[in-house]
Design a protein around this ligand. Sequence first.
Ligand code: RB5
Length: 145
Amino acid sequence: MKIAIGCDHGGFELKQHIIEYLSGEGYQTVDFGSDGADASDYPIFAKKVTAAILSGECELGILICGTGIGMSIAANKVDGIRAAVCGETFSAQMARAHNNANILALGARVIGPSLAEVIVDKFASTTFEGGRHARRVGLYDTMND
Ligand code: RB5
């Protein structure tokens, strides 16, 4: 599975850690920046990661900023993107199983690297259950009708 990953300055260190972790777990990652800890604007990286998912280049994405909140808000503005901020593994599992989330947002100032690893692992290894959840997820697209 190929995972797109992006961050701002707040998430840079954790992004590097997660890329290394995922590669050790056998996942392929595509790094969309940022490339350093200099101040940067997170929507720029959210846009790159969402584009990689919509084009089919990557199946899932991970976006990391200070809290995960700005990244998730920015990503969820894009049609077809379902981003979930998770600070523990149960939400990461449910975000995939029930919400078919295609982006995991993490807050590098909220959680540490070891917790981030198990959250990422749960998110990447859980599949969407479909069924009644597919109907509900389908309704996301009607929110502006
Ligand atoms: C940057 O200081 C910070 O606002 C950003 O990383 C993120 O937490 C926004 O939601």
